[in-house]
Design a protein around this ligand. Structure first.
Ligand code: DGL
Length: 277
């Protein structure tokens, strides 16, 4: 049904944010080939309905499979929250049960056990991720004793995408949400940055919260979890091509993608424009 070769690792995001995850994955495993797809024409996903996020993500995963990927990482919290499970359970068995789609929420939650002492966790995310309660559900499975408080930060993605995140105006929106979540649960000792864009806000976030609070920026956990997955699944690992190449596809203008991608990656890249249907 799908192309058999070559087999890069597929990385999907609604737009640019997944580049922060891709960056960590590639730094850790530079030998593999990667194919990144950003659905920039339809981003942001953060405020979209469950059905639409599922529909768009399904189209994107299918396209990556058609391009030869056997393993796709949903490097987007909103897509991981709203589409991953349905794709795994309903679509993969029909498409090709040997292909895999993995998300970013589980690897982030797995690390909590070694980090949090108070067992009170805060999650910053898009409205979609927070209202889906996906982090709560995943924490409940692994660490039922933990208490999770979510905070939707609808302005944080636009601040990054408009390159305003270092401006003084950004401080207001960053401080407001951090103060709110910490006053809702003052026992929080671990804060998950549950959105791909937020690592770019890290320096500012650090300024507004007490030093003893851990900030989990998920890229490194997703990368180490993927490495671990590949070591446990040689049937997948041996099929992946290892040329060290990365290609980028966007559903919006390739010039714009190339320009904005440099905010997220310290690298100049070339993208091609595609249509998803
Ligand atoms: N990539 C999305 C996430 O991690 C943020 C951008 C969007 O809303 O599409 O939730």
């Amino acid at each position: 049904m799908f192309a058999q070769t070559p087999t890069p690792i597929g990385i999907f995001d609604s737009g640019y944010g997944g580049l922060t995850i891709f960056d960590r994955i590639r730094k850790r495993m530079p030998e593999y080939d990667y194919l990144y797809l950003g659905d920039n024409a339809r981003a942001p996903y953060g405020s979209r309905s469950f059905d639409l996020v599922y529909h768009f993500t399904r189209q994107a995963v299918r396209r990556l499979f058609e391009e030869g990927c056997r393993l796709v990482i949903l490097a987007c919290n909103t897509a991981s929250a709203k589409a991953l499970r349905t794709i795994q359970q309903n679509d993969l068995p029909d498409w090709d049960p040997a292909r895999r789609v993995l998300g970013v929420i589980r690897p982030t939650v797995e690390i909590l056990g070694t980090v949090s002492r108070t067992r009170h966790i805060g999650v910053m995310g898009t409205a979609g991720t927070i209202s889906s309660r996906s982090y709560e559900l995943e924490v409940e499975k692994l660490f039922p004793e933990m208490t999770v408080t979510g905070e939707a930060c609808p302005m944080w993605v636009p601040l990054v995408e408009n390159n305003e995140y270092n401006s003084p105006g950004a401080d207001y929106f960053i401080q407001k949400h951090l103060e709110h979540i910490l006053s809702t649960d003052p026992q929080i000792d671990t804060l998950i940055l549950g959105c791909t864009h937020y690592p770019l806000l890290l320096n500012k976030i650090r300024r507004f919260i007490p030093e003893n609070i851990h900030i989990l920026s998920q890229g490194e956990y997703v990368a180490s979890s993927l490495e671990n997955y590949l070591s446990r699944h040689p049937e997948m690992e041996t099929k992946l091509t290892k040329g060290g190449h990365a290609h980028f596809m966007t559903t919006e203008s390739k010039e714009k993608f190339t320009e904005t991608a440099s905010l997220f990656l310290n690298d100049r890249i070339e993208a091609s424009q595609i249509t998803l249907d």
